[in-house]
Design a protein around this ligand. Structure first.
Ligand code: ADP
Ligand code: MG
Length: 543
């Protein structure tokens, strides 16, 4: 177009584009899901902004329109959403803003070709998926409150152009110049079946142009409002994938309606796999809050941080549609919902932890999210004991993770404490000389190697009246337990200890003989002071 300026994609976008287009080829119909989802997001955004700025209000017939044009070989997806300014077009469609996306690009690059589809499977590839079916994409966008429109155009090969354009009303058109081998995506029947499959639950009306007419293409009923018996497992899974941007099967699906002081409907999922960038994500729960089916925000923190892996929606009638940010922070309605939802998820996890038939599923769940759940033992006094009860730990007893209750069942008759050892790495822990004396006496020790393990044991302090003791702080107890007969003669340490003390000087507090070692000569301990791992973590965080 006239006055077009040429821009280069950032290097990461170029790489990502290339990978997405090639690795996802067999599933390229998902481009439509991505573009419709973006249109819905933009419409949600405008509706939320209109709450505080009436000039941004959506037209009453706001919708998402899909318009195939066989003769011109164009497929257009239009919305009445928040649009993009010139700068936003450049930023959102020309660079990679989200850190997760950046990490994804790097992972994808490093992965073996055969592993790439599954990596991509874990990720919503978004706008760039359009280039799987189009050899050129035009985006024409105008923001509410502005008369200016801009056109972004690219063939997805390293550069894009920006030029002034015209658009009668605010919103966005995504115009795909369909590739010669992608005719099917100009066919109304085919497009309708894709919308049915991927976008039926989108709450905005979606229409499809057939001949001269725009016909409804989605049911638009919020899935969670339907009764359970009317929902197929496939629909649940599809919805889960939509809200979580994951491609696995959910481990647990929780769908219920709460009645009483606060009424709400909730559809929540515990993922079956851990997202690849999970540890880089923020600690806030992203469960979506809806009011009367309308999406309000995913920042209401409807679950505590230690349940942030749970995905889904909560929909209530007890808040006004024009709920403000301030209100979201202070309303007792949300506090009650949080409490109820947390309790329901807790109950589900607890039940599953006790069900012997589901042991394998729970073990996988714990491997995925146990390190997160354990944060709750540290920071949530209300659930601390419950969480400790369902937690699983490695120990010196066997290769299978154990519960604290099972540990207690195996305790020595005169054992009063639950012993544990923390460290950065499970293998190194299992080989630690600190364990020798305990192993020799048949006293079980929990081996804790998650980052949060440096913190929660001190907070929990005791479980079923048994104190938790780090063995790097408490080997004094060992003398209580009968030791195996030593081989050979006891060593004479009278000369060695003063010599070691002198050599080490200020670096250590004391040097002593110990009963805790069997095969090793020396071991470092921290009696009375903080646990050794805790000390390392504190040093790392500058304390
Ligand atoms: P994501 O949707 O996960 O953020 P995408 O690649 O799908 O990633 O889209 C990138 C960004 O481009 C979006 O976050 C949004 O800011 C912008 N965008 C895409 N499509 C539209 C649209 N139809 N209207 C307004 N903004 C859009
Ligand atoms: Mg998107």
């Amino acid at each position: 177009p006239q006055g077009a300026e040429q821009h280069e994609f950032s290097a990461e976008v170029g790489r990502l584009l290339d990978l997405v287009v090639h690795a996802l080829y067999s599933e390229r119909e998902i481009f439509l899901r991505e573009l419709v989802a973006n249109a819905a997001d933009a419409s949600d955004k405008r509706r939320f902004e209109a709450l505080t700025d009436a000039s941004r209000a959506l037209p009453a017939d706001a919708s998402i329109r899909i318009h195939p044009d066989k003769d011109a070989r164009l497929l257009t997806i239009s919305d009445n959403g928040a649009g993009m300014s010139r700068d936003e077009l450049a930023r959102n469609l020309g660079t990679i803003a989200r850190s997760g996306t950046r990490a994804f690009g790097e992972k994808l690059d490093a992965a073996k070709p055969e592993d790439r589809p599954s990596l991509i499977g874990q990720f919503g590839v978004g706008f760039y998926a359009a280039f799987m079916v189009a050899d050129k994409v035009d985006v024409i966008s105008r923001q509410p409150g502005s008369d200016e429109a801009w056109q972004w155009s690219s063939d997805g090969k390293g550069a894009y152009t920006l030029a002034p354009a015209t658009r009668e009303t605010p919103g966005t058109d995504i115009i795909l110049h369909i590739k010669s081998d992608a005719d099917e995506f100009l066919d109304a029947w085919r497009l309708r079946s894709i919308v049915r499959k991927w976008a039926d639950h989108i709450s905005w009306p979606i229409t499809l142009r057939e001949g001269e007419e725009d016909k409804p293409a989605n049911e638009g009923t919020a899935l969670w409002r339907k009764s359970k018996s009317d929902i197929t497992p496939e629909q649940y899974t599809e919805f889960y994938r939509h809200v979580s941007h994951q491609f696995d099967e959910p481990y647990a699906t929780l769908h219920w309606r709460a009645e009483g002081t606060t009424e709400f409907t909730s559809l929540l999922f515990i993922p079956g796999a851990r997202p690849f960038d999970f540890m880089e994500q923020s600690r806030e729960s992203k469960v979506h809050l809806h009011v009367r089916r309308m999406f309000i925000t995913d920042e209401a923190e409807l679950l505590p941080a230690w349940l942030r892996f749970v995905q889904g929606v909560v929909d209530t009638e007890d808040l006004p549609l024009n709920v403000s940010r301030e209100m979201l922070q202070s309303t007792p309605v949300l506090a009650r919902i949080r409490k109820a939802v947390t309790k329901r998820v807790m109950t589900e996890i607890k039940n599953r932890s006790k069900d012997a038939e589901q042991a394998a599923g729970f073990a996988t769940f714990w491997e995925n999210f146990g390190p997160i759940v354990k944060e709750g033992i540290w920071e949530d006094s209300e659930h601390r004991q419950e969480l400790a009860a369902l937690a699983r730990f490695r120990s010196t007893h066997s290769d299978d993770p154990t519960t604290l209750d099972d540990y207690i069942g195996r305790m020595k008759p005169d054992q009063e404490a639950i012993y544990y050892l923390t460290g950065d790495n499970a293998e190194a822990l299992a080989a630690s000389p600190q364990l020798e004396g305990f192993r020799a006496r048949g006293v079980e020790v929990l081996l804790l190697s998650d980052p949060v393990d440096g913190f929660w044991p001190e907070r929990l302090s005791s479980y079923q009246d048994k104190t938790l003791k780090s063995i790097s702080q408490s080997h004094g107890d060992l003398e209580k337990f009968e030791a195996p007969a030593p081989e050979g003669e006891a060593a004479d340490l009278t000369a060695l200890i003063p010599a070691l003390k002198e050599a080490l000087g200020e670096a250590v507090k004391d040097v002593r003989g110990t009963v805790r070692l069997v095969g090793s000569a020396v071991v470092l301990t921290s009696e009375g002071g903080p646990d050794l791992t805790m000390q390392r973590l504190m040093r790392r965080s500058g304390q």
